[in-house]
Ligand binder design. Structure first.
Ligand code: AMP
Length: 118
């Protein structure tokens, strides 16, 4: 069994977060340390630690992350100008919280996709 993170507590509303959307499969809330004018995390309610742990049974949930990202981007007013969706995976991906999450970032030019060097 994977260990719960702070994100499980956010899903269960045991700790405060600015939750923008929640349904039976996913929860979306504002990142506590925003890297852009709009910085939202969209996460599965089920604890999937990393992108390396996804299973075929998660297909609908993972699809939902994109649908919710699209709707929130519209709500944030960044659908037209564009945005970036990021999923960091494990150490080299610089994942900090081991509960799979999609970052939705926008509201400014997000720059080049990755640095050439760390
Ligand atoms: P990652 O590096 O992809 O694992 O990103 C983890 C993200 O979670 C970071 O952008 C953090 O700012 C964010 N974060 C950590 N704790 C919280 C929290 N309690 N509420 C909202 N965002 C958080």
């Amino acid at each position: 069994m994977a260990e719960e993170t702070i994100f499980s507590k956010i899903i269960r509303k045991e700790i405060p977060a600015e939750i923008l959307y929640q349904d039976d499969l996913v929860t979306a809330f504002r990142d506590i340390n925003p890297a852009a004018p709009s910085h939202i995390l969209i996460i599965p309610n089920k604890l999937i630690p990393t992108a390396a742990d996804v299973e075929s049974e998660d297909e609908v949930t993972l699809g939902r992350l994109f649908i919710v990202a699209r709707k929130l981007a519209e709500q944030e007013g960044i659908a037209e100008s564009g945005y970036r969706l990021i999923v960091n995976c494990k150490q080299d991906g610089r994942q900090e919280v081991y509960h799979l999450h999609m970052h939705l970032l926008g509201g400014r030019d997000m720059g080049f996709m990755v640095n050439r060097k760390p």
